[in-house]
Design a protein. Structure first.
Length: 504
């Protein structure tokens, strides 16, 4: 147990994969005179691999954890050109000093900790040293520090999650990479290739960079992204001439929204994202919904068979208010006995969710929501309005369903078009494979927070297309209301029209 806690604290997941280590070492293009840095030594896998190529290699190693530091000392203290220090690579004053003088290393290789836990004091110190970066995600800080530590022309190879390619919070590190280095290559592969790791939220990448002081050279640099590996052994053996991925110019990536690297098999998708004049955020408000702070107390269900509804009380049908839209100051709560209101929650259902959940909206409860620390009485101007709900987490594809003047909870992004007449079109689009391709290119993880939904390109349909879509969506909703399921044939017709509108 203690071992596991230590591993989590220091994110000590060692690179026990010969193909990964071999590939990274080959990316470094080692020479005998290189001055090499390993910023988070672990038990020394990379050091051993470098020594196998050159037993006189000059390597500086840092490691924070005292046990791992001892192991490194025991293994390498008899190598006169290997210096192991117990220190924090992100805060160490010697390293900060060397960075300030334009760097000192020819080569750097690392598997840095990802999201290692940091106390508030350390986070504050990191924020000060790395003000443009997201301090909670340690790997980006290691990458930044190591770019600074490279000499001009020096090369580094890092194995890190692929989230730095497009997540909003990594905009700063992307800008730094694109303007201070030439990306030599980027390999992308499933996290399951890494022994003992399989984080569902992202894949892994190995990025190899060369430091350059010429911003023009950096921006004119073209690099290859290699993906579609079916097993880890292919990493060590693939020929770089094989067409296994994509090629990008750094200046093109820099001009993308948020400097995101959009990797998609279909250039139409990336062009649509980069060139669209309108985004969903321009034509609709995209907002997160309500949380009571204590759902066990305030939320009730209309059936104990409701999915995830077992632990909630059953609502008394007589306490449900069906006339709440006519209450003028509904955001102040309801007087009297009928104070439960329908609320739309997460769950991947298309077009229309069956009613199941009811929130206590008495005056007393609402005043609690407005003052309780855990509650989120956020974006109330959108409560009880006609709009669309997209669950924050998708199971496979993005789904959207109507919010028919109901409350919606924080697991949902509420989308409220400024022009209400496009609501059905937007609903069909958000459920379409076309939209799914767009959002997964913008953000490959299964999350759909409001900020990413806002970036999805929006294309207006012709009057004819809109009339067809409105009619078909209405048919689908009517049939669901009558107790039917979503009509697949009608859905396919809808998605064909959307494919024509978006051209993919
Ligand atoms: C993911 S492991 C990788 C170790 C080794 N390079 C490998 O590939 O097997 C990260 C290592 O960094 C160390 N570490 C974590 N935070 C550190 C920091 N701030 N400075 C230096 N080392 C750190 C951990 O103790 C751990 O040994």
């Amino acid at each position: 147990m203690v071992m596991i806690q230590e591993a989590r604290k220091y994110q000590a997941f060692y690179t026990k994969s010969t193909p990964i280590v071999d590939y990274m070492i080959s990316c470094l293009r080692l020479t005998h005179t290189d001055k090499i840095f390993e910023p988070c030594g672990g038990d020394g896998v990379f050091i051993e691999a470098i020594l196998a190529e050159n037993e006189n290699a000059q390597i500086d190693v840092c490691e924070l954890n005292s046990i791992a530091y001892q192991t490194l000392q025991n293994k390498f203290s008899h190598y006169s050109k290997i210096q192991v220090r117990q220190c924090d690579t992100l805060l160490d004053s010697d390293l900060i000093f060397l960075s300030g003088f334009g760097g000192t290393y020819d080569k750097i290789i690392a598997n840095p900790p990802y999201g290692a836990w940091q106390d508030l004091k350390k986070r504050a110190a990191l924020k000060k040293i790395y003000p443009t970066l997201y301090a909670k995600e340690t790997y980006a800080l290691f990458l930044f520090r190591c770019i600074e530590l490279l000499k001009e022309g020096g090369i580094l190879s890092f194995i890190i999650p692929d989230t730095f390619l497009n997540l909003h919070m990594h905009k700063g590190i992307r800008h730094h990479i694109l303007t201070h280095t030439k990306i030599l290559e980027l390999a992308l592969f499933p996290s399951s290739f890494f022994p003992g790791v399989n984080f569902g939220y992202a894949n892994l990448s190995i990025i190899t960079l060369q430091k350059s002081l010429s911003k023009i050279d950096c921006l004119n640099n073209q690099f290859n992204v290699f993906n579609s590996f079916s097993n880890v052994n292919q990493l060590a053996n693939f020929k770089k001439s094989e067409s296994r991925g994509f090629s990008f110019l750094q200046k093109d990536v820099l001009t993308n929204p948020d400097h995101a690297l959009l990797i998609s098999d279909n250039s139409r998708i990336t062009n649509a994202i980069n060139e669209s004049k309108l985004k969903i955020g321009d034509i609709a408000s995209c907002v997160t919904g309500f949380y009571s702070g204590d759902d066990k107390t305030f939320l009730q269900v209309n059936s104990s068979d409701l999915k995830n509804g077992k632990n909630y009380d059953l609502v008394d049908p007589k306490s449900i208010n069906r006339d709440y839209q006519n209450i003028p100051d509904i955001l102040e709560g309801i007087e009297g006995e009928k104070y439960f209101l329908p609320i739309v929650k997460g769950g991947n259902t298309k077009y229309l969710k069956p009613e199941g959940w009811f929130m206590n909206w008495s005056k007393k409860a609402v005043s609690h929501y407005k003052t309780d620390k855990k509650a989120r009485f956020q974006n109330p101007q959108y409560y009880f309005k006609f709009g669309i709900g997209v669950p924050m987490i998708s199971s496979s594809s993005i789904t959207a369903s109507l919010i028919e003047n109901k409350l919606f909870d924080q697991s949902i992004v509420g989308i409220f078009p400024i022009d209400k007449s496009i609501t059905y079109y937007l609903l069909a689009f958000l459920n379409s494979p076309t939209c799914n391709k767009l959002i997964r290119t913008i953000n490959p993880s299964a999350n759909n927070p409001a900020n990413y939904i806002k970036k999805i390109p929006f294309v207006l349909p012709s009057d004819e297309q809109k009339a067809f879509i409105d009619k078909t969506v209405k048919e689908i909703i009517d049939s669901i209301k009558k107790g039917g399921v979503c009509n697949e044939k009608l859905e396919i017709d809808l998605y064909e029209v959307i494919k024509i509108i978006y051209e993919f």
